[in-house]
Design a binder for this molecule. Structure first.
Ligand code: UDX
Ligand code: ADP
Length: 465
């Protein structure tokens, strides 16, 4: 089957960039991205490319090239489904906040809604592709809904998990380590797989396109994220030992990373991992293991999350104890709120937990982040539901000038590894702060020796004092 029209349900951090790249690389295919969120779609259609809802280096020029040519953003979901030969489902699958599996299992209600909508609208055969990260065997649930509630048309379900990392999404999509496509082992399933392989083959070398059965594909996504998160928790566990013992975590990471079996990537100690995937996917894995009665497996992976929580908490505890056991009424400047650099995404950002802990200690927090808007930060705090919105706005202020944010502060906490932080006029910042002026570098990006020479009292994750 030759695909002429694609629809993607969900215009988020995955759906938006992925479809932009498919549209750029396949000008012969019409790609329509739809979403229930009208303001998100309006932002994707904004003439000013600075207003795209997702910030990713390089994304604006791809959208500029393809939008209006063969890339469209719309709220007319039914029309896009009806027109499409292939439908990607790229909606959010957050951790359940209620009922069975609360706090662990993935909430599939948005996926189910999509499946029901596709079943209702589709009048000709379609290939449905799961892009969202999903628990194993979701594809069969989708198929069940489609087959039992549809208009008698044939659906093939594929699993095509997305491995892009935010901040490098465009590069990851243009030059992926691998593309994974899972499908049925039947003749029709294999034909559907081939159809999707042909789309990626427009720019991805064939040997990097892997095909598997559906369940292997679904489980591989959870496994990849669990392994990556485990590396971060492992290096973070070592960072605490380094601080106590006088070893240097960057030196340790370099030494072990040169072992080709370990490799150098994902060994940067930090205040903790964030992002929409790691925690959610591990919790999901833990839940799956528990439902199979595999309690040791569940405990093993859960420890990765516990270590991450510990890392965030010990970072804020250290700020409080270093500032003579009280931050009440003291201004603490946050550099960074995003969960990593080069993204405006804040989901599960360690900054939120550190802010929460320090606000409980009655600190006043001032935040600067180059890409995250104030409304997003307040929404993150309001979501915690611990204070009224008005109180959150009085205790945490946001500014677009890092020099104003750090002025009169007792301490600075670096929560995101934005490159620009390295190049600030640190003498000027020091002069404007209360003394002693403390810096807590939760990302290990600043030059500790240079800062100490200026006069700062400097704590860096994984480095003894
Ligand atoms: C992750 C996976 O990398 C990606 O393949 C999957 O599709 C989605 O989840 P993402 O969450 O966007 O991507 O970013 P990633 O680069 O993996 O970073 C996740 C978190 O780990 C960030 O908070 C980052 O700061 C932290 N991290 C990463 C570290 O603290 N140290 C490291 O060495 C690497
Ligand atoms: P991700 O990082 O996985 O892309 P996001 O939360 O950024 O997750 O994006 C998911 C998008 O899916 C959101 O914009 C949300 O409005 C959209 N969405 C969720 N359910 C539906 C649905 N039933 N129909 C259309 N869009 C949906």
């Amino acid at each position: 089957m030759k695909i002429k029209t694609i629809c993607c349900i969900g215009a988020g951090y995955v759906g938006g960039p992925t479809m932009a790249v498919i549209a750029q690389k396949c000008p012969h295919i019409k790609v329509t991205v739809v979403d229930v969120n009208a303001s998100r779609i309006a932002a994707w259609n904004d003439n000013d490319l600075n207003n795209l809802p997702v910030f990713e280096p390089g994304l604006d020029s791809i959208v500029k090239e393809a939008r209006g040519r063969n890339l469209f953003f719309s709220t007319n979901i039914d029309q896009a489904i009806e027109e499409a030969d292939m439908i990607f489902i790229s909606v959010n699958t957050p951790t359940k906040t209620y009922g069975k599996g609360k706090g662990m299992a993935a909430d599939l209600k948005y996926i189910e809604l999509c499946a029901r909508q596709i079943a209702k609208v589709a009048k000709q055969d379609k290939i449905v592709v799961e892009k969202s990260t999903l628990p194993v065997r979701t594809a069969s649930a989708i198929k069940n809904i489609l087959d039992n509630t549809g208009n008698g048309v044939q659906f093939q379900i594929l699993s095509n998990p997305e491995f892009l990392a935010e901040g490098t999404a465009v590069q990851d999509l243009l030059n992926p380590d691998r593309v994974l496509i899972g499908g049925d082992t039947t003749k029709e399933g294999q034909a559907a797989i081939q159809t999707l392989v042909d789309i990626y083959a427009n720019w991805v070398p064939k040997e990097r396109i892997l095909t598997t059965n559906v369940w292997s594909s679904e489980l591989s996504k959870l496994t990849a994220n669990a392994f990556l998160a485990q590396r971060v928790s492992s290096i973070n566990a070592m960072s605490e030992i380094c601080e106590k013992s006088g070893a240097d975590i960057d030196e340790v990471a370099r030494a072990i990373g040169m072992d080709s079996r370990i490799g150098p990537k994902f060994l940067k100690a930090s205040v903790g991992f964030g992002g929409s995937c790691f925690q959610k996917d591990i919790l999901n894995l833990v839940y799956i293991a528990k439902t199979y009665g595999l309690n040791e497996v569940a405990d093993y992976w859960e420890q990765v999350i516990l270590m991450n929580d510990h890392q965030k908490n010990r970072f804020s505890d250290n700020i409080v104890s270093t500032l003579y056991n009280t931050v009440s009424g003291k201004k603490i400047a946050f550099l960074g709120w995003a969960f990593k650099k080069d993204t405006n995404d804040t989901r599960e950002s360690p900054a939120i937990k550190v802010a929460y802990n320090l606000l409980n200690e009655q600190a006043n927090i001032a935040v600067y982040d180059p890409k995250v808007v104030a409304e997003r930060m307040y929404a993150d705090l309001d979501y915690l539901n611990t204070r009224t919105e008005a109180v959150n706005r009085s205790l945490l202020t946001v500014d677009t000038d890092p020099y104003l944010v750090t002025k009169d502060a007792h301490a600075i906490a670096v929560l995101t590894e934005w490159d620009e932080f390295k190049y600030y006029d640190w003498q000027r910042i020091y002069d404007s702060m209360h003394k002693p002026a403390f810096i807590f570098d939760g990302r290990g990006i600043l030059d500790k020796k240079a800062l100490e020479k200026i006069g700062f009292v400097c704590y860096t994750i994984g480095k003894g004092s």
